[in-house]
Design a protein around this ligand. Structure first.
Ligand SMILES: Nc1nc2c(c(=O)[nH]1)N[C@H]1C(S)=C(S)[C@@H](COP(=O)(O)O)O[C@H]1N2
Ligand SMILES: [Mo]
Length: 193
């Protein structure tokens, strides 16, 4: 018997809209006051201003998006810089096992290094061929298609490589540390199973 993943994860409902969901206010972008930092357990810490970030090699991915509140949206075209490309700039040390994504206003989310380095994980500057809109994360957001969308952190400002798995914003407020939609890893209360 084949055990193929269905396209729509269990418990999800398809929408054609693109809902906006986040905690707090939409931050203002000021390019003179923006940097992207790669730090922690790396050989070379890196800080890029917005021009430098925008000049990194760019890739496109098409991906479905699954929010833990049960909406899913298919076929999003994202364009930006692969997480792998950023990791290669800083060269994580052998002890690095996890990352924490840092965003405006203190939002964070954690990923295993393995999840972060998947080939379709990308820091998006564009959606549907256009710059991100402010409410969808302008100027830069992470996109992690294989995990619930709270891991797709908007208004990203940096990535920290770590030895331990430090929980991010929602992961410290009742959501699952891992967040695989096909395993319905929604809540931290499920973590012992
Ligand atoms: N900085 C930040 N990023 C965030 C969030 C947030 O609260 N703050 N919410 C997450 C959640 S729960 C979801 S479902 C997606 C929604 O992305 P969208 O508003 O572009 O649809 O953003 C994620 N990224
Ligand atoms: Mo979400």
């Amino acid at each position: 018997m084949k055990d193929e993943k269905p396209r729509l994860p269990p418990g999800q409902i398809l929408t054609e809209k693109f809902p906006v969901l986040h905690y707090g206010e939409v931050p203002e972008f000021d390019s003179t006051n923006w940097d992207f930092r790669i730090f922690g357990l790396v050989e070379q810490e890196v800080a890029l201003d917005f021009d430098e970030f925008s000049q990194l090699p760019s890739q496109r991915i098409e991906a479905d998006f699954h929010c833990v509140t049960t909406w899913s949206r298919y076929d999003n075209l994202w364009e930006g810089v692969l997480a792998r490309t950023l990791a290669a700039l800083a060269r994580p040390l052998p002890g690095a096992r996890h990352v924490l994504i840092h965003c405006e206003q203190g939002y964070t989310t954690n990923l295993s290094l393995e999840d972060f380095l998947r080939d379709n994980v990308l820091f998006a500057l564009k959606w549907g061929g256009k710059k991100l809109t402010p409410e969808h994360g302008y100027p830069l957001r992470l996109v992690v298609p294989h995990l619930y969308a709270w891991k797709s952190a908007k208004w990203a400002r940096g990535v920290e490589f770590m030895e331990d798995n430090r929980r991010g914003f929602w992961e410290s407020r009742g959501y699952h540390n891992n967040g695989d939609p096909w395993r319905e890893e929604r809540f931290s209360s499920q973590e012992q199973d």
